[in-house]
Design a protein around this ligand. Structure first.
Ligand SMILES: C[S@@+](CC[C@H](N)C(=O)[O-])C[C@H]1O[C@@H](n2cnc3c(N)ncnc32)[C@H](O)[C@@H]1O
Length: 223
């Protein structure tokens, strides 16, 4: 069983990725102008409300693989946008036999569109998208979490992760997108999860310019 090959899923993903690809030049221009106008980072999601900003096709397949490999049942997602990553995750859960993605999206119109896309893909039964600030809406994920995708503003990753750590099962996987760094200048989020005191074992993987892959192994005093 591979729901990524299901025509409802494959056709919709192909369409959404194509629409996102077509926005690339416009996004670069918009981000550059936002950086000059310098509104606070909290305003950016609303200024970028028409843009997909999705995971890449390779990241999406990797998320599907991870859901299948871990036998995940409960997945949490920080930053759902129009639901592209959510579709890959929900497809994996359906093929695992059951499960739910708890998504989160600050911009209401985007959350509505994501829900519609999941229904169009035939995956609506495997998704609950919560509208609002993930630092509030994901506070209670409703059970033990097998996989967490961090794909909202990278400046908030640590706060969202630390809020969810008490809900991670041992062996839970955390995938963080947009961790762009250099040896001389490691990303603060990556520096934190790579410290063995954090309770994670973590590595950068070469997907879309910087994806951090972390496994929750627990803190020593929890053994
Ligand atoms: C990079 S996009 C997510 C892309 C999505 N994962 C996909 O693959 O289609 C980041 C999204 O996070 C949302 N976001 C930013 N800050 C947020 C917050 N505090 N709570 C919830 N969503 C937030 C933005 O509105 C934006 O849609």
């Amino acid at each position: 069983m591979n729901s990524l090959a299901d025509p409802r899923v494959a056709d919709l993903l192909s369409h959404l990725h194509q629409e996102a690809d077509a926005q690339r030049r416009l996004i670069r221009e918009r981000v550059a102008s936002l950086a000059t106008e310098a509104p606070g980072p909290e305003a950016w999601p609303h200024h970028l409300k028409d843009f997909y900003l999705p995971v890449s096709r390779e990241q999406g397949r990797f998320l599907y693989q991870t859901v299948r490999a871990t036998g995940a049942r409960r997945v949490v997602e920080f930053g759902s946008s129009f639901g592209v990553s959510t579709i890959y995750l929900a497809a994996g859960l359906r093929d695992n036999g059951e499960g739910v993605v708890i998504g989160s999206e600050l911009v209401e119109e985007k959350a509505d569109k994501a829900r519609t896309n999941l229904v169009t893909a035939g995956l609506g039964d495997h998704v609950e998208i919560r509208t609002g600030d993930a630092r509030v809406t994901l506070n209670d994920p409703g059970g033990s979490v097998d996989l967490l995708l961090l794909d909202g503003g990278p400046g908030l990753y640590l706060e969202v992760l630390q809020m969810l750590v008490p809900h991670l099962r041992i062996g839970a996987v955390v995938v963080a997108d947009n961790i762009e760094e250099s040896v001389a200048d490691p990303h603060p989020y990556a520096r934190w999860v790579r410290d063995s005191e954090s309770g994670f074992v973590s590595n950068s993987i070469t997907l879309k310019g910087g994806t951090e892959y972390s496994v929750w192994v627990g803190k020593r005093d929890q053994d």
